[in-house]
Design a protein around this ligand. Structure first.
Ligand code: SF4
Length: 703
């Protein structure tokens, strides 16, 4: 197991939080004395955000779990590892015998290391034999991933190093607030911002928008849920006003004519009526991108969750990619399209088999050759490999039902806070016969579990992560793990043995797991076979695919051809349909959700850091003062935000730059302050992404 001693002096590793994976050095001889310092690295250029600077505080949280817990007479009580694992294994064995292997589900996360993601997928399919495994990346990146696969035949969030963006004088970001979510990223926007070429599409005037406007950039302040119409309107304008790259369209794309049959209907004035964005702003955007392209000074189009978390998220990103294709940006040096990954291992987490429809190496689970290859690495017959399972929300919605799992194992997710329509999801969790949560604190989800297994934290474990630019990074143990907590690889191996698997089938140390992952991914789209810990430890910058140990990696994809059968990028016919629910007299406002600077995801970690809690204050609803007044509310009042699914409580925070029809809810808070009590569980038909970004609501004074 990973029990070797940490380095006596500083250990080079990466931040535990977001996909930028800022480089840091951890020093100290234990949690009490641990400190972090930024390291120079291409993604963070020596910077850390407030979350990163306080990451050591998470190592010394007061309520750290170091003993397994089991529920007895309604209460969680400490127990031994032997008893906890025996209880889990015997219950899973009984359920599988009585109801079949799909009666057990597994829920993973985009924060898990590559090694854990890989072994979680293998554990589900081999040790449990279930098809029911998915992960919280389905809530994060799945629409961009699906659209990237559609257009380019391959999804890697940024198919170029993030530093390439740093030299561009024109950058369009749709639905991304990097100045708060990953502040060091803004160093890569400085050239564009100073040139007046930073353009941000967002219903809110965020700090990222402020950065753009400070130097003459553009804010496309669209109505929530109209991103697709905005993309079509700008694409129409690009074609109609002569900004399209005709040679590129002829030589490097296919399907434009069918796409144009729809896009031609989106003349800019129509797009303005739907989105609220003036035609003049759309024109400034297209002109800035095209002129910088023509001048050879760089042009990038980037999407993030604001464009992706919709019931039409895949089509929305496809339309944004269409704009980039019309302008001739993807697959060239100095220009391109990319998606900004959110979670720490959001990229690697979707490549190694914890997704319902995929096998390691980013292979399809329905591809016979892929099944044969992976089954061979796992030492099983490919006929015994389960097929595709339910997507994340559909898995959660099926829990405890006649045809759904009766037991669920949760790793790295805090579903009671982070899932859409959260109260309903909690009801489904409570309907289970067995909920097993592996975590290092008693999260809101762990608090509902039947068994809680205490695990290691980021600075206590070895492994790899893959950043938003597809670069594989080493996570290193800086501190000795606390007695009582166990690594997830150990836990899975212990359970697998109890479920009858051979003792050596599930490696317990990250290095051995990575060696197996290399073989499982070989030949797949995300080929890690040429990556070794030795190469990473030597400081090599390896972006996948890396198909051989003497291969230098692939920092820039698609320079010669796209990964489609024809080598050309594909247009998709996509039309604006609007959000899944609309406003009416009872619910006259549109709520959109997002993150704030000092918190991360469900807040399970950052709500335990006093400095971050103090910086943010309690849950708030951001609203225009006139909108608040119409609801009889003023700044600081306690409000209820009510949707068709539930109510969340928040302090009113008035902000004159908000749209009159929109309110904003951060989703980091727990209990009655969960933003996801009101969000919509309508799903994108392709990616199965829930529509986190639009819910019809009303504001009321809290009773
Ligand atoms: Fe960097 Fe993200 Fe960590 Fe902030 S949270 S320090 S941006 S990796």
């Amino acid at each position: 197991t990973d029990r070797r001693e940490p380095a006596a002096v500083g250990t080079a590793t990466h931040c535990p939080y977001c996909g930028l994976q800022c480089a840091m050095t951890v020093t100290g001889d234990g949690p009490a004395t641990a400190t972090v310092e930024p390291r120079q690295f291409p993604t963070n250029r020596g910077g850390l955000c407030r979350k990163g600077w306080t990451a050591a505080d998470v190592l010394r949280v007061q309520d750290r779990l170091t003993t397994p817990l089991v529920r007895v007479d309604g209460d969680l009580v400490p127990t031994s590892w032997e008893h906890a694992l025996d209880l889990v294994a015997s219950t899973l064995t009984k359920l599988r015998a009585e109801h079949g292997p799909d009666s057990v589900g597994v829920f993973g996360a985009g924060g898990l290391t590559n090694e854990k993601s890989y072994l979680l997928g293998k554990f589900a399919r081999v040790a449990l034999g279930t098809s029911n495994i998915d992960y919280n990346g389905r809530f994060c990146m799945s629409s961009a991933a699906a659209a990237g696969n559609r257009a380019f035949g391959l999804d890697r969030g940024l198919p170029f190093p993030v530093s390439d963006v740093g030299s561009a004088r024109a950058v369009l970001i749709l639905g991304g607030n990097v100045a708060e979510t990953m502040p060091p990223f803004t160093a890569h926007l400085a050239t564009a911002a100073e040139a007046g070429g930073l353009i941000v599409a967002d219903p809110r005037r965020t700090p990222t928008v402020d950065r753009a406007l400070a130097a003459g950039g553009v804010h496309l302040q669209l109505s929530p849920g109209t991103d697709l119409a905005l993309a079509l309107g700008m694409t129409h304008l690009a074609v109609a006003e002569g900004y399209a790259d005709r040679d590129y369209l002829d030589e490097r794309t296919e399907g434009f004519d069918a796409f144009w049959a729809t896009a031609a209907q989106w003349w800019p004035e129509r797009a303005e009526r739907v989105t609220g964005v003036p035609v003049s702003r759309m024109r400034e955007t297209v002109r800035a991108l095209a002129e910088s392209r023509d001048a050879g000074t760089g042009a990038y189009v980037l999407t993030a969750r604001g464009a992706e978390q919709h019931a039409s998220g895949t089509d929305t990103v496809s339309a944004v990619i269409a704009l980039a294709l019309v302008l001739g940006l993807p697959g060239n040096r100095g220009t391109g399209y990319g998606a900004i990954t959110g979670q720490g291992n959001g990229q690697g987490g979707r490549e190694h088999g914890q997704k319902a429809d995929q096998l390691p190496g980013y292979r399809s689970i329905t591809d016979p050759a892929a099944r044969e290859h992976v089954a061979g690495v796992w030492g099983i017959d490919s006929a015994d490999l389960p097929g595709p399972g339910r997507s994340a929300y559909e898995l959660l919605d099926s829990l405890g039902r006649a045809d759904g799992p009766r037991a669920l194992m949760v790793h790295g997710s805090n579903l009671a806070v982070s899932a859409p329509r959260a109260a309903h999801v909690v009801d489904r969790l409570d309907a289970l016969e067995l909920l097993v949560v592996t975590d290092f604190v008693l999260s809101e989800t762990a608090a509902r579990a039947d068994v809680v297994l205490p695990t290691l934290q980021w600075a206590e474990e070895e492994g790899t992560m893959t950043s938003l630019e597809g670069r594989i990074l080493r996570r290193r143990r800086a501190l000795r793990a606390p007695d009582g907590a166990r690594g997830e690889l150990d836990i899975l191996a212990d359970l697998a043995e109890r479920l009858g698997q051979p003792a050596d089938r599930f490696p317990r140390d990250a290095a051995t797991a990575f060696e197996e992952l290399r073989r499982a991914s070989a030949g797949g789209p995300a080929d890690y076979s040429g990556v070794t810990y030795e190469r990473l430890d030597a400081g090599e910058a390896l972006h996948w695919p890396v198909p051989a140990v003497d291969h230098p990696g692939t920092p820039r994809l698609f320079l010669d051809r796209f990964r489609t059968p024809s080598g050309r990028a594909r247009f998709t016919v996509a039309d604006h349909v609007g959000p899944a629910e609309t406003v009416d007299e009872d619910f006259p406002l549109l709520a959109t959700t997002g993150r704030v600077l000092a918190h991360y995801q469900s807040g399970a970690q950052t709500r335990r850091v006093a400095e971050l809690v103090a910086a943010t204050g309690p849950m708030f609803v951001e609203v225009h003062p006139d909108t608040a007044e119409r609801a009889g509310l003023a700044d600081g009042d306690a409000a209820s935000v009510v949707s068709r699914r539930g109510t969340t409580r928040a302090r009113v925070k008035t902000e004159a730059t908000m749209r009159l029809d929109t309110v904003f809810l951060p989703f980091h808070f727990a209990g009655a302050e969960r933003a996801n009590l009101v969000t919509n569980d309508a799903l994108d038909p392709t990616s199965r992404m829930p529509e986190f970004k639009v819910a019809a609501v009303r504001l009321e004074r809290a009773s």
